[in-house]
Write a protein that binds this ligand. Structure first.
Ligand code: TXA
Ligand code: MG
Length: 355
């Protein structure tokens, strides 16, 4: 049985938080909102509880989880040999959408870290998440609360679609704020290496750290043989429907036209400004938000992928956006969701779609 509790996102009701916290303390699973996406949580220090997360999600056991904390003291419980500089940075940037990979303590079971000696840690900037961790009194391990093959959930209805009956409690606080998962950076090496771009932007990271390493994989361009983060070796969420990323605006109209001439039913995922230019085309559209506010697009992105799968189109076409700020995370998730089907010329289309 799954109990769904509506919780105020800004002023969480204490009785509901206490109820959910008692489930965590008893070794159960609770889905909770964070500022990025919903997380599927369990006591990070309890191997048996953590196993339930993997089972509910159908997640490979060697794909490590992120450990969520609500105060700096908990950081010392789960991580060791933390560079002084990182502690100072953490105190400034947390709570927030930045996850540090650090050396793990013996308290953290291997189940939580997928067998690694390192642990990913963050303090989420969401009142409900912070209240839940506080009331539970333990660090909470939580991957995104989706089935392993689905996009991360940004609304409780996505969670319910994927996990109803498989988790104990769902805390429903409406839409999450950023809509893409946290930035992950490995700080066990110097200079640090970006493992996953997210809402905490590369520009901000560079201002704080000076130099960081940004592997090509972080952009999501081109498939890679060596996985940056353990989770990345798995086939990432790709919609059941084919998704093509048109990286060259100049050919957008022709790509759509040619596909439709060949009889494909096309749905167009576009920024408001771009959708407007296609009003006359009588094409099915899923609006992503304004290009002038990439946070609007990041917030709607995963929902739009789920909508694509539910539509009766054969193919989704999405266009690229700027890689500045949160744009890099948007493009990384988009390229992965497309199975790296980036289109630069009309000929590219037929590499990914039957002619
Ligand atoms: O925003 C987020 O980070 C959300 C919310 C719930 O906090 N969580 C999330 O978790 O996205 P998940 O499991 O979907 O993604 C965790 C990522 C994976 O790519 C995983 O491989 C990487 O972090 N990761 C976790 N522990 C790691 C470690 N010790 N070393 C390297 N990468 C690690
Ligand atoms: Mg995930």
């Amino acid at each position: 049985m799954t109990e769904v509790l509506k919780v105020d996102p800004l002023y969480p009701e204490l009785d509901k938080i206490k109820k959910a916290a008692s489930v965590i303390k008893a070794g159960g699973t609770v889905v909770f909102p964070t500022e990025t996406v919903y997380g599927l949580g369990a006591n990070a220090l309890d191997a048996e509880a953590v196993k339930k997360i993997f089972i509910a999600k159908n997640r490979p056991m060697d794909n490590p989880l992120i450990v969520h904390i609500s105060n700096i003291d908990q950081l010392y419980e789960v991580a060791k040999d933390i560079p002084e500089k990182i502690i100072n940075i953490a105190k400034i940037v947390w709570p927030g959408p930045l996850t540090f990979v650090l050396k793990k303590t013996d308290k953290v079971p291997k189940e939580t870290t997928g067998g690694l000696d390192t642990v990913a840690v963050r303090m989420p900037a969401h009142p409900v998440a912070l209240a839940l961790i506080n009331e539970s009194g333990v660090a909470i391990a939580a991957p995104s609360a989706n089935l392993a093959t689905k996009p991360s959930p940004t609304k409780a209805e996505h969670v319910i679609d994927d996990l109803f009956g498989k988790v104990d409690v769902v805390l429903d606080s409406g839409e999450t704020f950023f809509g893409v998962e946290s930035t992950v950076i490995n700080v066990t090496v110097d200079p640090p290496v970006l493992l996953r771009p997210g809402p905490f932007s590369v520009e901000e990271l560079e201002r704080i750290f000076g130099k960081i390493v940004i592997p090509e994989q972080a952009k999501g361009t081109g498939e890679f043989s060596v996985a940056l983060a353990p989770g990345m070796k798995y086939k990432h969420y790709a919609p059941t429907k084919k998704l093509l990323v048109v990286e060259n605006r100049g050919i957008l109209r022709d790509v759509i036209k040619e596909l439709r001439e060949k009889g494909y039913r096309v749905v167009f995922l576009c920024a408001h400004e771009v959708c407007k230019q296609f009003q006359e085309e009588k094409i099915e559209i899923i609006e992503l938000g304004s290009e002038n506010n990439l946070y609007e697009i990041s917030r709607n992105l995963f929902d739009s992928f789920r909508k694509l799968d539910k539509s009766n189109a054969d193919i989704g076409i999405i266009h690229s956006v700027s890689e500045r700020g949160i744009g890099l995370a948007i493009m990384n998730r988009t390229r992965k969701a497309s199975g790296f089907s980036s289109i630069y010329s009309i000929e590219d289309v037929w590499k990914y779609v039957g002619n």
